[in-house]
Design a protein around this ligand. Structure first.
Ligand SMILES: C[S@@+](CC[C@H](N)C(=O)[O-])C[C@H]1O[C@@H](n2cnc3c(N)ncnc32)[C@H](O)[C@@H]1O
Length: 235
């Protein structure tokens, strides 16, 4: 997968792209990320990308010119799904991440200031929000989208089961996880997990996943009921 990120702060991504799963995905050529400074498409000597809003009001708005020119140039390089990060977008979730992970190429557009001139939306395929709050810029949101999508790209996760067992993948939250020691400060790991009985472990995990989802996120079960196949327990 190829991901182009358009931003006025390309340096923002340096550490996350060099670290952990994203770092390895880059090294192995599974997820190639190209960073583009929007100011490279500015036309004045100050490399400005913002101006005062028509109608007045606080702050500055990103002007359309550099965005249109950037997208002209990047889209001329081949087909891509263009995603704008904005608080009024569709809520980003696991299903959206799965859909985007199947795309060969994404262009993620990061706003700053009070946002981007509305006309730029004529050039994007979808608008995504990472939640009902306002960030200072789209970079953090793009990083959230990139990391969630990248780990679903085939080959990125060491163990393919990790992706299928995890929260949301099967319409349920994940079951509780434990590791050594078996007893820590008097807190014991459930005996069934140490029993060696794989069938019993799988049943316990399915029950725990269902119970946890019922308690913490009943909306996920309601959604799963609406889906034709219903929920499938992980594990
Ligand atoms: C300060 S925000 C602009 C907020 C805008 N004035 C509003 O009230 O909707 C600057 C940029 O951060 C990004 N951003 C902020 N919150 C976001 C969110 N919840 N999800 C995705 N992107 C967000 C967008 O790219 C936005 O253009």
């Amino acid at each position: 997968m190829l991901v182009d990120i358009v931003t006025i702060f390309p340096g923002f991504f340096a550490s996350p792209l060099a670290t952990g799963l994203l770092g390895k995905a880059g090294e192995r050529g599974l997820v190639e990320v190209r960073l583009h400074d929007l100011r490279d498409w500015a036309t004045d000597r100050h490399r400005s990308v913002d101006d005062a809003p028509f109608g007045g009001g606080a702050g500055m708005v990103m002007v359309p010119g550099p965005w249109f020119d950037a997208l002209d140039e990047l889209e001329a390089q081949g087909p891509a799904r263009v995603v704008l990060l904005a608080p009024d977008g569709r809520r980003f979730d696991h299903k959206v991440a799965q859909r985007l992970a199947a795309e060969p190429r994404l262009i993620l557009c990061c706003g700053r200031y009070e946002g981007i001139d509305e006309r730029v939306r004529t050039r994007v395929d979808e608008v995504l929000s990472i939640g009902d709050f306002v960030l200072a810029g789209g970079e953090t949101a793009a990083l959230v989208v990139l990391e969630a999508v990248a780990r679903l790209v085939p080959g990125v996760m060491g163990n393919a089961d990790s992706a299928t067992d995890e929260s949301f993948a099967a319409g349920l939250l994940e079951y509780p996880q434990y590791t050594r020691p078996a007893v820590y400060r008097g807190l014991e790991v459930p005996a069934v997990l140490r029993s060696g009985d794989h069938g019993a472990v799988a049943r316990w995990r399915r029950d725990q996943a269902l119970d946890r989802t019922r308690r913490l996120r009943p909306d996920l079960l309601e959604q799963a009921e609406e889906d034709a196949d219903g929920p499938q327990a992980p594990g």
